[in-house]
Design a protein around this ligand. Structure first.
Ligand code: CA
Length: 221
């Protein structure tokens, strides 16, 4: 069962939510401060889902939501809780990248149902990147067989395995070159560049590899 990080400063609500989720077999870690959650997400193992209160004593939960979407946890499912059934909070929450929204007061049963639905959605296979067709080590883009080096193929397969996720240079280096590699970030950039050129040659309009400055690369539809 999934591990859930709960960020809620109201102890009564936190206890009720944690109880309801634990009864259903989820592991719940409850925190009450934004700063604690930032530290926990930065240093600890990633949870499978985050439940995030908007009004916290040291800031707004929505700021954390926005930060997450720009970082390596961009795909962490987030449910936002708001004290008011404020339309603005709802719209902002979803715009800033929350996956779902509940206004207080809510029934713990409803929250558990939303958690389950969101985890199911998150665990479903990622949508395949359009245009690509992979058959072992032969990759076609829009029907054109790509003539890739071993390293370019490794990079592309890694990106294809999780489309729309931002892969850091470090993660790509580890996955493709292995931990023993004495190559630097530049190596990744160099091979991404040649890979991009080959993709562009096969399908000039697509340009599917996106650079995220300071973060890494992703494959976009
Ligand atoms: Ca609160």
């Amino acid at each position: 069962m999934g591990s859930i990080l709960l960020l809620e400063d109201d102890p009564a609500i936190a206890d009720t939510v944690a109880f309801a989720l634990r009864r259903e077999g989820f592991a719940v870690e409850a925190l009450g401060w934004l700063a604690e959650a930032r530290e926990r997400l930065r240093t600890g193992p990633a949870p499978e889902l985050l439940i995030l209160d908007i009004g916290l004593p040291d800031g707004r939960g929505l700021d954390l939501c926005r930060e997450l979407r720009a970082g390596p946890l961009a795909h962490l499912p987030v449910i936002v809780l708001s004290a008011r059934s404020d339309e603005m909070d709802r719209v902002l929450g979803l715009e800033l990248g929350a996956d779902d929204y509940l206004a207080k007061p809510f029934s713990p049963r409803e929250l558990v149902a939303r958690v389950r639905a969101l985890l199911r959605r998150a665990q479903a296979a990622p949508p395949p990147a359009p245009g690509f067709n992979v058959d072992g080590s032969r990759v076609r883009l829009d029907g054109v067989l790509l003539n890739l080096t071993k390293l370019e193929l490794g990079l592309l397969l890694k990106l294809l395995a999780a489309p729309q996720r931002i892969h850091s240079r470090e993660a790509l280096l580890d996955a493709v070159w292995g931990s023993s590699a004495d190559s630097g970030d530049r190596t990744v950039d160099t091979h991404i560049k040649t890979l991009r050129a080959k993709l562009r040659e096969a399908a000039p309009a697509r340009d599917p590899i996106k650079t995220h400055r300071g973060l890494g690369y992703s494959l976009e539809p």
